[in-house]
Design a protein around this ligand. Structure first.
Ligand code: SF4
Length: 455
């Protein structure tokens, strides 16, 4: 049985374990000494402590970030060759070597293995999804986001019927996998409202529904799951506590640990797809990548019934005009994709329309398994739904109701960020076919969760 080791007595063992164990099993290392017949056994009180449920926050707090970051920055050619030769289960140290500057000359080798692994585990298919933005109201201030409370932008929240208007547009385009996105606003985007949106989509025959909204309690997720939602996406934004504090200056999002534990709460409520990511550009990408890899390893182990996806969203221009502080080049992004695939052969890798058509086309064969297409990042973006309730806010207060016209500046709500790949869903699907991939519009069927057995 695995032990969740959480005491200073075993800290050094933990650190060695995290670095050396296959990432997918980073938390399985039962300290060998406790399994030996002659080894001293902890007293019953301490056993209880060991067996208490633990969240990734505990693991995160134990991670030797400085040491792993040093590995990622200072890996040698020999470290990279060792990581490449490993095959099978790669460790966090291997992952660090694969994203290091020393691995850059090995990109072609990595790309070939990454492609082969992806085809082996996923086939030559690409899953397509589209976001439906429900609301751009938000009680948080995130320095990098267009929806930040203090930004003076046009806002609206769709009614359930307006959500369906947007969804019907996407269904007509072919989508069967819809991601509901909203700013964090407990009153306007309540758990009950989310449940009603999901239920309406489900009743209309949309088989794959996920949410990317403000974190909720487990009990609040349950009715949403019961209504037909299987997926929960929550980006940690940055895994660096200090940067997180600096970026999130107001609202409930300031709580780093609460956000970090969100996938586990969703899983406890029955979510069967979990998506995580850092927002690339806020902090050094290699450190973010390592933290996300540790998080992914934890979730693969602890939330084994769920399908895990990881994303690589890079900051895009948005209201507020926040500029990325730590940019990542296209080539580094390709290296990141390959390192993820080589370390997590079974994890889904998501690439959104934040990236240009050219880069997306180039990354598709390398390890990406899921992409958005033809996206809008504003509520009502596909059909104009919700424009009847447009209003401008400043520091969370409505300051003026703009004249509504069918064209011009005041016709629609503000977008969260500017997308880069402007192609329609049909154009993206055609490109996929040209690359030899089958576009798949449906990502999940509830029957899969009934037939899947423990591994
Ligand atoms: S990132 Fe999310 S929580 Fe932060 S301002 Fe934007 S919508 Fe709100």
């Amino acid at each position: 049985m695995p032990l969740n080791v959480n005491t200073s007595v075993f800290r050094q063992t933990v650190i060695r374990g995290v670095l050396a164990q296959p990432v997918g099993f980073a938390l399985t290392f039962a300290d060998a000494t406790t399994e030996q017949p002659d080894a001293p056994r902890p007293d019953p009180g301490r056993w209880r402590m060991f067996w208490m449920p633990m969240s990734f926050v505990t693991t995160y707090n134990e991670l030797p970030f400085a040491k792993i970051a040093q590995l990622a920055e200072g890996a040698t050619t020999a470290d990279v060759e060792r990581a490449l030769a490993r095959g099978g289960h790669r460790s966090l140290s291997d992952f660090a070597a694969l994203i290091s500057p020393a691995a850059a000359p090995f990109l072609e080798t990595m790309a070939q293995e990454s492609h082969a692994l992806t085809v082996k585990h996923f086939g030559k298919v690409m899953r397509l999804f589209a976001p439906v933005y429900l609301s751009n109201e938000c009680v948080n201030n995130c320095q990098y986001c267009g929806f930040s409370r203090d930004n003076a932008i046009l806002r609206t929240t769709l009614t359930v019927e307006q959500v369906m208007t947007e969804a019907r547009h996407l269904v007509a385009e072919g989508f069967r996998n819809i991601l509901l996105v909203a700013g964090e606003h407990p009153k306007l985007v309540s758990a009950a409202y989310l449940r009603d949106c999901v239920a309406a989509l489900h009743a209309a025959g949309v088989p794959s529904i996920s949410i990317e909204v403000g974190p909720l309690e487990t009990e609040d997720y349950r009715p949403i799951v019961a209504a037909g939602c299987e997926g929960l996406v929550v980006y940690q934004e940055t895994y660096n506590r200090d940067v997180y504090r600096e970026m999130h200056t107001a609202g409930p999002k300031k709580n780093f640990d609460w956000r970090l534990e969100t996938p586990e709460r969703g899983y406890a409520a029955g979510m069967r797809r979990l998506g995580i990511a850092p927002l690339i550009g806020l902090w050094k990408w290699r450190e973010e990548a390592i933290a996300m890899a540790a998080h992914a390893g934890y979730l693969l182990r602890q939330c084994w019934r769920a399908q895990l996806t990881v994303s690589l969203p890079r900051l895009r221009p948005a209201a507020g005009e926040f500029a990325p502080r730590y940019p990542m080049s296209d080539r580094e992004m390709a290296q990141f994709v390959c390192a993820l695939r080589l370390t997590f052969p079974h994890a889904g890798i998501v690439l959104s329309t934040r990236e240009s058509a050219r880069l997306r086309d180039g990354l598709m064969p390398l390890g990406v398994t899921m992409i958005s297409a033809g996206s809008h990042t504003e509520p009502g973006g596909y059909t104009g739904a919700g424009s009847d309730k447009l209003h401008r806010t400043e520091r969370g207060r409505v300051v003026a109701v703009p004249e509504i016209s069918s064209e011009g500046e005041h016709c629609c709500a503000a977008e969260q960020f500017v997308i880069a790949d402007q192609r329609s869903a049909a154009e993206v699907a055609a490109k996929l076919r040209a690359l030899g991939y089958e576009p798949v519009w449906k990502d999940w069927d509830p029957a899969l969760s009934e037939t899947r057995s423990p591994s």
